[in-house]
Ligand binder design. Structure first.
Ligand code: SF4
Length: 244
């Protein structure tokens, strides 16, 4: 089911504002039974996997394996598989596209320009995400408003025009980083040790660094770019009147 940004969707989102993440997740899955949980293996997403595991009918869970993740991130994947026994689907980039990109631009061509970085993200993340969401009526993300300037005005439910108008559900929008840390600690949820070494946000290894005290949470992602460019295309939101 594709749901447009109707008054109904806005009313549903308004009814969930301020609710506990578990409540939002359960309500969303009730309304969107073919929802899929996008797990980046970061702090927020392992919390969502845990919440999903407590439900009578957990959603599909998938991971986008870009091929450039930290070794510690793969350890988290295996630990989640062991702990919860839930199927976790992996989506890889298309090999011919990766080969063509690397042959043309080198293994780290994404450092050379914003366009080349976005093209790498498109090949390794955006295209696999489209395949992962095929047939889904919604997707669940671990986005939080406190993560930085590109996420402050998000809504719990948004229509995702990039993926055919399905609904994007973000149960953790109201959480702080400390909330996420406290939750994984309380439930002893497997998580990435890099979170305790200055990495609040973890993506591909060559594009993520530890942050300094006082820096924005996502300052360590593509740190060589301006803050307004710091999205990989997975959560792009078209600006009215602007070319997409
Ligand atoms: Fe490529 Fe870096 Fe984007 Fe990963 S985060 S897909 S390595 S540009």
């Amino acid at each position: 089911m594709v749901e447009r940004p109707t008054p109904n969707l806005k009313a549903f989102a308004a009814s969930l504002e301020g609710a506990a993440p578990e409540t939002i997740l359960a309500a969303a899955l009730d309304r969107y039974p073919n929802a899929a949980l996008a797990c980046s293996l970061g702090l927020e997403d392992v919390a969502l996997v845990h919440m999903a595991s407590l439900l009578p009918k957990p959603p599909r869970i998938f991971v986008l394996d870009t091929g450039r993740l930290h070794p510690e991130t793969y350890d988290v994947l295996e630990a989640l598989r062991q702990r919860y026994g839930l199927p976790i689907e992996l989506y890889f980039p298309q090999a011919p596209a990766v080969e063509a990109y690397v042959n043309a631009n080198g293994p780290n061509g994404f450092l050379d320009s914003v366009d080349l970085r976005r093209e790498c993200c498109r090949i390794r993340k955006v295209e696999p995400l489209s395949r992962a969401l095929a047939g889904a009526d919604a997707w669940i993300t671990g986005l939080r408003r406190a993560q930085g300037p590109t996420r402050t005005d998000l809504s719990i439910l948004e229509t995702d025009e990039e993926h055919g108008g399905i609904v994007k559900v973000s149960p953790l929008l109201g959480w702080s980083l400390e909330d996420a840390l406290a939750y994984v600690k309380a439930w002893k949820i497997p998580h990435n040790p890099l979170h305790h070494r200055g990495f609040p946000s973890i993506g591909c290894a060559p594009c993520t660094r530890a942050i300094e005290p006082g820096e924005d949470e996502r300052a360590g992602r593509w740190w060589w770019e301006n803050p307004e460019h710091k999205e990989c295309g997975l959560h792009r939101r078209p600006t009215p009147g602007a070319p997409s």
